[in-house]
Write a protein that binds this ligand. Sequence first.
Ligand SMILES: [Zn+2]
Length: 258
Amino acid sequence: MGLVMVDLAKLIEGIPKTQKIYLDNMYLRNLSVRVLRVYTTRGKRIYVITDKTIFHPKGGGQPSDKGWIRGTGFEVEVKKVLERNGVVIHYGKLKNGITEIMDENVELQLDWNHRYRIMRIHTAGHILDQAVHEVYGRTVETIDALHGPPEPYTEYRAFPPSSSMLRLIEERANRIVAEDRRVKVVYARPGELDAYVLNAPNMKRLPRAELYRIVVIEGINAIPCTGTHVSNTREVGSITVCKAEETEQGFRLYYDVV
Ligand SMILES: [Zn+2]
């Protein structure tokens, strides 16, 4: 992997934080952006930093987006997206026989099938938090998650559920899907958090910030989160709870959406 060969601190030197367009427009699939830095390694591996992006980097329990960057006579296949100090770095493979990008402006395009599936899986994760909370009859702390392929899971600090509890969690989760609830984003300052956040299972591990982005599933829960979600629970489709696996701190709930 070319990734480890590059000094990322040097790569982002002097570059302002990337404007993350996906935070407020999760359904945007294309965007014209300005190129701030390009770095090509041997074998046509390329790093592209732009002023803004629709690509969600790997982090916060969400895998990175994939897609393409296009300009005059070239195409970059974006394979990974990472973030350092607020700067989003697109990493991929330069195609069409070009070894250098000269364009000032390029077009970003998401692999929408990949992203939309992540949006559904991620929203299902929030729904499962709520279902677990209801089945256990108390707030259960979420300690880890992978909201994406290949094997999505959420991890909780609690004793593992019995098989009948597992079925109840799945049932309750799918009922929330069918309840046709709106999923929206609100912003809150630290002092206002308590007023917004309902049953948030991740409050303890929340990093300090001036403004929190809170993902609200109307009427049931509100969780500080920087990921991408669908705008209505119905879009999630059907949630399957595959299995629960005991971990050192609790249990992992493996799930999927179809
Ligand atoms: Zn989320």
